[in-house]
Ligand binder design. Structure first.
Ligand code: BG6
Length: 458
């Protein structure tokens, strides 16, 4: 028997991501008969109240909701070994079973839960454990190292699933398919042809009701350290020996380690302030009114290896910006000088390969083509592919994919200990307390077009 235990069962992550993902999985006709789903938390809920909470979290879901009947709630104090021991006994979890322990809890609680589970593992042996950690895994390099160390003392790396839900997105996985399943992109992805790479993850939304989490975290730890570095690693890494978890993770790790160390002087940090009809960050409920937490970061990085030498990588991410987009743009060196003089109205541009993760899941390539008619006027046109047009369906949600992979014991889309430490090592110069103290934040109006503001600073 398998036990899928969601700790933090009534929290934000469980209600916004995990229940919708489970609903999606069940609606694909995966009934997962040999799995027991248990929501666990410190709060007191009876079964009805809990199922109602799950149902409310699925108000936008249009499929069948019968899986809710399969969920049950248990009140547990995760720091108490006796309680967890009782929980195992009550559910008759025994040798040969598999326990998936999904930590949808605040990261500050990870350490205590791992301590308790390590003790549980000593008592309840011969059980296959899978510990699933949400990000942020650690709050800086040393805390991530300490947590990895504690895990390594008690569990094997193949029992640890560090989630970065960006890796569950089809468009992000498609980066590997585009690069290594085609002959036409990979030969160009190097400093002979690429002028720059830009990775932008912009959000119109603010921090919703997550002040408690976000104010301690900031956008560097919330998005740069994980989603952006993972995406960059997939875009720029060398070909893995094979499309298998360890080989892919070897290459991502190598790439993240090759990033040129950040000089905090060259990084722009911002925080949103109130604008007509919307609150500023410091007015958000639960935020410290003197907070220096950044809601925006922009920097240029380089990869110090022969393939990418001197190719700038422009990174920017932030909350309460003017548009929603998550996209990778590879700009190639211009090759149109033989055409550009012909007609003043012509507007040839450098080629771009754009992988859009959000709002549209699409990939397009801009090329210059001849404008119809007399003369030789060239203009950029788009060659493009969207999931919906090509495959007739929208892709599965990232969390549904990740949960299925956890059930199948496939770690390809989860981050290994060394990768996570390399990523913390990269952002560490920006998050040291003494640096945070001295921070200068540019203030931007909620909903502002940030490029107009920061491009003027350069
Ligand atoms: C999460 C961050 O990891 O990713 C959020 O904690 C962010 O702050 C979210 O909004 C963005 O992911 P998605 O898939 O909702 O675009």
């Amino acid at each position: 028997m398998k036990y899928f235990i969601i700790t933090g069962a009534t929290g934000d992550l469980a209600t916004t991501k995990l229940y919708p993902a489970l609903a999606e999985i069940f609606n694909y006709n995966y009934y997962l008969p040999d799995i027991k789903f248990i929501g666990a938390g410190r709060k007191e809920y009876n079964q009805e109240e809990y199922r109602e909470l799950v149902q409310n979290s699925l108000s936008k879901f249009t499929g069948k909701l019968d899986f809710i009947e399969r969920l049950e709630y248990n009140q547990i104090d995760f720091g108490q070994i006796d309680t967890i021991h009782k929980f195992f006994t009550q559910h008759n979890i025994q040798s040969g079973d598999e326990v998936i322990w999904y930590m949808a809890i605040p990261p500050q609680a990870f350490n205590d839960v791992v301590d308790t589970l390590a003790e549980v593992k000593n008592i309840h042996q011969n059980i296959k454990y899978k510990l699933v950690f949400e990000k942020p895994f650690g709050s800086d390099l040393s805390s991530a190292q300490a947590l990895n160390h504690k895990l390594a003392e008690n569990f094997n790396e193949d029992e640890i699933y560090r989630v970065d839900h960006y890796l569950g997105k089809e468009t992000v996985q498609n980066i590997l398919a585009l690069r290594f399943g085609n002959s036409m992109f990979e030969p160009l992805l190097n400093n002979h042809y690429v002028e720059s790479i830009a990775i932008e993850v912009w959000e119109e939304r603010g921090i919703d009701k997550r002040a408690d989490y976000f104010d301690k975290t900031g956008i560097i730890k919330d998005i740069l350290q994980n989603h952006i570095l993972q995406t960059l690693a997939l875009i720029a890494m060398e070909a893995p020996v094979a499309m298998e978890a360890e080989y892919i993770r070897d290459e991502k790790h190598k790439l993240i380690k090759s990033l040129r160390p950040i000089n905090p002087q060259n990084v722009i940090l911002g925080q949103y302030i109130s604008a007509e009809g919307s609150r500023g960050y410091l007015e958000e409920e639960g935020v410290n009114p003197n907070s220096k937490t950044e809601t925006y970061v922009k920097l240029t990085t380089y990869i110090d290896n022969p393939r990418w030498e001197d190719v700038p990588i422009y990174i920017s991410t932030g909350k309460r910006l003017s548009e929603n987009k998550a996209e990778i743009k590879i700009s190639f060196k211009p090759r149109f000088k033989y055409f550009s003089h012909i007609d003043e109205g012509c507007n040839p541009q450098q080629n771009e390969l754009v992988i859009s993760i959000q709002p549209n899941e699409e990939v397009y390539y801009t090329v210059n083509a001849k404008f119809p008619g007399k003369g030789m006027c060239i203009q950029p046109v788009k060659l493009h592919f969207t999931y919906e047009e090509s495959f007739g369906q929208k892709s599965q949600s990232a969390y549904a994919r990740l949960i299925q992979d956890i059930l199948d014991s496939d770690q390809s889309l989860f981050i290994r200990a060394d990768e996570i430490e390399a990523a913390w090592n990269y952002v560490n110069p920006l998050i040291k307390p003494e640096i945070i103290e001295k921070r200068e934040l540019i203030l931007y109006k909620a909903g502002a077009n940030i490029s107009e503001i920061v491009d003027n600073i350069y």
